[in-house]
Design a protein around this ligand. Structure first.
Ligand SMILES: [Zn+2]
Length: 204
């Protein structure tokens, strides 16, 4: 990239390291940053610093939080006998938006992927088993673990792996149902989704 001055190239290179940012997006962001008013940039820099300084992983569930334990783990009004396992903090937000889940969470920060060399030790898994013991859970017996990893090959592999870990413990291990997106047309749904939707059909 000889066409840009060295600092610009460096900025583009750094932006390219961000997830889902390819070369073109990195260039677009770099030009936006260069043209942005100083005050906007100061706010962006402050926000980046603040998130690094103040946000930690919850020691119980690995959720991103300003206070440890996080507000879900610390809440007496949540059902601490049901744990919903999700891949990422934004998956937690998606479940939380339904307002129908009253249990607590466990955030893995990833999914198993042999292609990307992500094995079980790369996931935030080591604190899952200990918290299933009542003595580590304020005396509450965990009765169900819901595996809400993504409906992808990696998500399925992760759910299967965790299910094998948990089954010998005798608690209920469930997987979220996969099926048709609401408001969709059968014609446009891929065959894996259609297959899952048929397999997970229920009486009406
Ligand atoms: Zn937590």
């Amino acid at each position: 990239m000889l066409e840009y001055a060295e600092p610009v190239t460096r900025l583009i290179d750094e932006l390219k390291r961000l997830p889902s940012i390819g070369h073109k997006s990195a260039q677009r962001l770099a030009f936006y940053i260069m043209r942005a008013p100083e005050a906007d940039l100061e706010r962006l820099i402050a926000a980046l610093r603040e998130v690094k300084e103040k946000i930690v992983l919850c020691s119980i569930c690995n959720n991103l939080t300003e206070i440890n334990p996080c507000r879900f783990c610390a809440s007496p009004s949540r059902d601490h006998s049901v744990i919903c396992v999700v891949e990422e903090p934004h998956s937690l937000v998606a479940v939380e938006k339904t307002r129908s889940f009253k249990g607590v969470y466990h955030v893995l920060h990833g999914s198993l992927s042999p292609i990307r060399h992500i094995g079980p030790s790369e996931l935030q898994l080591e604190n899952l088993l200990p918290r299933l013991k009542p003595e580590n859970n304020d005396g509450v017996v965990v009765r169900e673990v819901i595996l809400a990893t993504n409906p992808t090959t990696e998500g399925e592999a992760t759910a299967n792996y965790i299910s094998r870990l948990l089954k010998p413990l005798g608690l209920r291990v469930t997987r979220i149902a996969m099926g048709m997106p609401v408001g969709s047309d059968l014609e446009y749904v891929d065959e894996v989704t259609m297959d899952k939707a048929l397999a997970n059909r229920h009486e009406i």
